[in-house]
Every structure is written in C-alpha cells, then in structure tokens.
Design a protein around this ligand. Sequence first.
Ligand SMILES: NC(=O)c1ccc[n+]([C@@H]2O[C@H](COP(=O)([O-])OP(=O)(O)OC[C@H]3O[C@@H](n4cnc5c(N)ncnc54)[C@H](O)[C@@H]3O)[C@@H](O)[C@H]2O)c1
Length: 443
Amino acid sequence: MPLNCTVAVIGLGYVGSCIAATLATRGAQVSGIDVDPGLVSDLARGESRSHEPGLRETLAEALAAGRLEVTTDISVAAAADVVVIAVGTPVRDDGSLVDDQLRAACLALAPQMRAGQLVLLKSTVPAGTTRSLVRPLLESGGRTAGVDFSLAFTPERLAEGTALADLATLPIVVGGLDEASTRAAADFWRQALDVAVLPQDCLEAAEIVKLADNWWIDLNIALANELAKFCALYQVDVLDVISAANSIPKGNGSVNILMPSVGVGGSCLTKDPWMVWMSARQHGLDIRTAPAGRHVNDGMPEYTAGIVIDELTAAGRAPETATVAVLGLAFKNDTGDLRATPVRGVVTALAKAGAQVRLYDPLVDGAQAERVFGIRPTPALDEAVRDADCVAVLAFHREFADIDFATLPVARPCLLLDGRAYYPKETIDMLRVQGYRYRGIGR
Ligand SMILES: NC(=O)c1ccc[n+]([C@@H]2O[C@H](COP(=O)([O-])OP(=O)(O)OC[C@H]3O[C@@H](n4cnc5c(N)ncnc54)[C@H](O)[C@@H]3O)[C@@H](O)[C@H]2O)c1
C-alpha cells in the first residue's frame, strides 16, 4: 500500500491524536473522527489536551500541510483505505470491559464501510474481543470480514511522555483475522512508520501480547514495591539492591527489576491486568498474579502517606498540626495526566490524618486538579512549600531537577519524601546539610 493512502482514525483521545498526527506527517491523508465536538474543535486549532512532548508541533505540521482533518462526521471513513479504531476501553470494578465506546464506534462505522478496506483495532481489549465483538458489529453493515474487508488487531504499546518517539521505533505487533489481513496490516505499519512488524498467528495472540506487556510491567513494579518495603525493614537502600540484583543474565536479557514508587496510575496498567484476570475467569481459569500486582501497587499511596505520618510523628510533629507540600500530582514524571494518579491516595490519607496539604504541579491544569483532589493547587513553588514540615516529591518532572532546596522557605528541619525522584546519595547528603530529613520508598 502506498504511504500516501487515506486513513481514518476513530477516537482522537491521547492515543488516536498521536497516531493521526504521526500518520499525517508521514504522508497519509488522515481523517480524525471523534464524538466529542469540543475535542474536535480544539484539535482543529492544533490544540492538544495532553502535554505529550512534540504532539502540538506534529499536529500543527499535519494541519498546515492539509494532511489532517478532524471531524465528528463518521461518514468520512467511507473514503479511507485504512480505518484505525482507538476509542477508550475502560473496565468496571470487577474487571469486565465497558464496551460502550467500542460498540458505538463499530456500529457507526459499519454502514460506512466499503469493499477493500483494512480495519485495525488499536484499543486494548480482552482476548477474543476483536473476533467476538468487533467483527460481528462491523459486519452488521452488510460487509463480510475476510471477504469484503480485512481485519486485524494491532495493539498500541506507546508510553506517555515518549509517545511520538515510541511510534517511530517500537515494533508493531499484528494479528489478523486471516493471513491476508495480517499481511495487509503488517505492510501498512511497515510502510507508514518504517518500524519492525511482529506478525502473530491470530487476532487473539496480538490481543494477548498487549495484555502480557502490561501484566508484566505492573507485576514487576509490584515486586519492586514489595522489595522496597522489605529493604526498609533493614535500613537497606532498595536502589542499591536492585542495581546489583539486575546484574545477572537471565533469559535473553538480565534480571530487570523495575523501580519502586508511590504507586502505579494512568489508564493502562491500572486496568489491563484486570482484563487478563476477567478474560481468564470467564473461561474458568483463576489467574492470581495479575490481581496480586494490582493489590500491591494500589496499596502504595497509603504506604507512602504512612511514611510521612510516621516520620513527622517521630520528629515530634503531630500530623494534625503539620503542613505537607506535594510537588508533582500526575501519575508519572513529565506528564500532566491525572488519570488514576496514585498521588490522590497519598493526599487523601494525609488529609485524613489531619495534615494541611498544599499542591504544586506546573504541568497540571489547576481546575482539573481541583476536581480530582478537592484542593486548588498553589501556582508558585515558594508559596506551596512556605513553612512546610514535609515536601513530598511524588512526580519528578524535569523542572523539579532545578529546585534549589537550600533556598526553599520550608520549616526546618523538614522531611523530604521522595516518591519518584530517586535522588542520588550525594544529593541526599547535601539535603541533610541543608536541613532536610530524607525518606524514599525503600530508602
Ligand atoms: N493512554 C495510553 O498511554 C495508552 C497506551 C496504549 C494503549 N492505550 C489504549 O488505547 C485506547 C485509547 O486510549 P486513550 O488513552 O487514547 O483513551 P481516551 O479516553 O484518551 O480517548 C478515547 C477517545 O475516543 C473517543 N470516542 C469514544 N467513543 C467514540 C466513538 N463512538 N466514535 C469516535 N470517537 C469516540 C472519545 O471521545 C475519546 O476522545 C484504549 O484502549 C487504551 O487502553 C492507551
């Protein structure tokens, strides 16, 4: 398929907007479709709701070149050679898929479909969903998958903060309904993104690859978090242990324990292991590791708040009279994304203990933060930390690396709680000289 093909991207949220803008700058003629008219008009002006590095510039370039149009009108999908579906796929508390967005997108697309199209599902789904849900919904328009159109599942594996670089480099996994679908999908991504393609035998294999990645990541972080708690019992620095433990070869790499932290958030790692668990359960298989990882990681915000409360108490400062300044509200470094942020659990637990909590995050929209935390963030760092008994760095954005702790107007001694900064030992020694007591997760 030539790179100058036409592509429709259905769902222009975080993933869809990155894909639509990228494909347009790679030469495709892209129609981006979303049911949210406010989002569509923002994107039409080149405004992205996420702080993804490079996304605004890529959108601007795609729009200026006339290669990207955004609309709420699904009928434009009729003209596309390739249709990419990237709508949201949240799960309920019991791990079952909330399939409303996927159903609505497929039902709206079905009557627009024409012979020869290639439909690619990007949204993360429980194993079996492309075959048992997406296929029949698309066929409700009268076209038959594998005959009139090709169908493949090609998961999105990009990570927030590095999305555009990931799109340009990560191998793409492709599993088709049949061999022709797999081949068509593989050819499309190879040409469009110039990346390696990993063809799979079937739809389900590709669906499971995506789930396996996030199952592994979440479980590995859970291991790191429990290792951190274990190290804390012996006043051992967990980062030293991880660094040394990771030095032995294993499989085709080495032991690779990830980093402990204040917790796991975002829209993927918090739900995908539950999709695994529920898919398995529906087939009578009880998977135990996926829920174990989730429970451990979900407990980290409370564990982190517990460190703050214990340290303040040990220093003779009753939590009810203490002020805690939280720097970094997002679920990971260098994003403003508050979806399922573990910082919320820390703030809730500290407030419950009676502490006065102030919030500061230059990447987060103030009104949105107020909705999530019930506290309006403080616009200036100095104001946030003034006379604070504890500064808790819970997302370590790049700009926080420039903070001069020596000049911050905190109360001294002040507790510095490191939830995700992983300060090196020299910095910790310097902080002590500057009047801070340091505690990290497992440090
Ligand atoms: N966020 C990530 O980092 C990430 C990474 C990899 C994979 N994924 C997966 O990609 C998918 C999308 O994730 P996201 O973070 O972009 O979600 P999102 O919630 O940001 O975006 C979903 C978009 O789909 C739109 N939408 C809903 N129903 C629609 C319909 N019927 N027609 C057209 N548009 C519709 C919504 O308005 C919204 O803009 C999910 O399955 C997610 O699990 C996300």
